[in-house]
Design a protein. Structure first.
Length: 94
């Protein structure tokens, strides 16, 4: 399954797989949203994400950096991938 992105109530939902083969359109889509729109907060829900590989994780980290550079908030929420949350916590430790 490829990656689908839907939006509901201001939250972007990732459905499918975020991996090497899907990160390019993912990055293009969200970088455009972060850099070109007047949205102050980008919220991504991963409840329906079936798979994420190291490239997918790196893509999320990159988007977080793009959001910070553009003075926007970037949140990831959802009931899955506790490793993802733990890894993000570790990248914020000074």
């Amino acid at each position: 399954m490829s990656l689908q992105i839907s939006k509901s109530n201001g939250v972007f939902h990732l459905i499918g797989k975020l991996n090497t083969s899907t990160i390019r359109p993912f990055n293009i889509h969200f970088e455009h949203i972060i850099e070109q729109s007047d949205i102050a907060t980008v919220q991504v829900n991963i409840d329906y994400l079936e798979q994420i590989d190291s490239d997918g994780f790196d893509a999320l980290k990159t988007l977080k950096a793009v959001a910070l550079r553009n003075q926007k908030r970037f949140y990831i929420n959802g009931d899955g991938f506790s490793e993802l949350y733990d890894a993000f916590k570790q990248t914020n430790v000074a």
